[in-house]
Design a protein around this ligand. Structure first.
Ligand code: HEM
Length: 237
């Protein structure tokens, strides 16, 4: 049995299942990041510390997440290459193919938004997950214990207008990617029913908007100093 699905249908299903898992991660990640906006560094640092206190379990979850991301990317590229093989010449005019077809800006740019998100993720993880920590002076005191000041790192990062601009732009693409991805999961996993087409479609748009705007709010909120900066709150920890 091959390690990875070979048929186009199996690749689509695999892509849908991994996409659904990533949607779950993105939702949880956004909720966790909202602790950045409480105005008290303690909240976000305590949340991050709690996650890291799971020790080896966190590493297992991170490796699982990495595999899900890789599975999603490889299956997406597989589906894309299969489609290109089946139709080497492009359509001169893009339009709805009728029936369940939903050709939108989101659906026709999935591979572009996906690759952009991949590039973003690599830089994002280097910046935050593997960025400066206690050894580099990013230390906060949490109930008498020294922990990594992830709050300060994030707030400092979003003091730079270019970083804010890049994040806002990438989150717009995240929204487009989620909009079509949400819809596509239902199609690939057979959860689609003609009666609910409109509902699934509308909920996909709502969810994509919620995620994009939620993630955009964080850098914008921090940049415009709606929460006090780490320096201003330094004495509180
Ligand atoms: C304003 C937007 C965002 C902020 C402020 C943010 C913040 C962070 C922070 C602080 C970490 C480090 C967590 C830690 O070391 O414990 C992190 C990790 C991560 N972020 Fe984000 N994030 C944002 C958007 C996103 C988006 C849109 C995605 C996915 C599409 C994403 C995926 C990840 C992943 C995969 C990790 C690594 C998780 C881990 O290793 O535990 N982030 N993010």
């Amino acid at each position: 049995m091959p390690l990875f699905p070979r048929s186009s249908i199996a690749k689509k299903i695999f892509n849908g299942v991994t996409g659904a898992m990533l949607i779950g991660f993105i939702l949880i990640h956004l909720v966790g990041n909202l602790f950045l906006l409480t105005g008290n560094p303690y909240d976000f640092n305590a949340y991050a510390y709690k996650l890291h206190s799971f020790g080896p379990l966190l590493y297992v979850a991170e490796i699982g997440l990495l595999l899900v991301f890789l599975g999603h990317i490889v299956s997406a590229l597989g589906v894309w290459f299969d489609k290109r093989k089946a139709r080497p010449t492009r359509y001169a005019v893009k339009g709805n193919a009728g029936g369940n077809s939903r050709k939108t800006f989101s659906s026709t740019t999935m591979i572009i938004s996906g690759l952009l998100l991949l590039a973003f993720l690599i830089v994002h993880i280097i910046t935050f997950r593997f960025g400066p920590g206690i050894a580099e002076g990013y230390v906060a005191t949490l109930d008498g214990e020294e922990v990594r000041d992830l709050y300060r790192l994030t707030v400092e990062f979003f003091q730079v207008p270019l970083n804010v601009g890049i994040y806002v732009a990438v989150m717009v693409f995240l929204g487009f990617h989620l909009r079509h991805g949400f819809w596509s999961i239902f199609q690939s996993l057979g959860g689609y029913h003609p009666r609910y087409t409109g509902l699934i479609h509308s909920f996909g748009i709502f969810f994509a908007l919620l995620m994009a705007l939620g993630f955009i709010a964080i850098p914008v909120w921090i940049y415009f100093n709606i929460v006090p900066t780490a320096t201003a709150l330094g004495g509180m920890l």
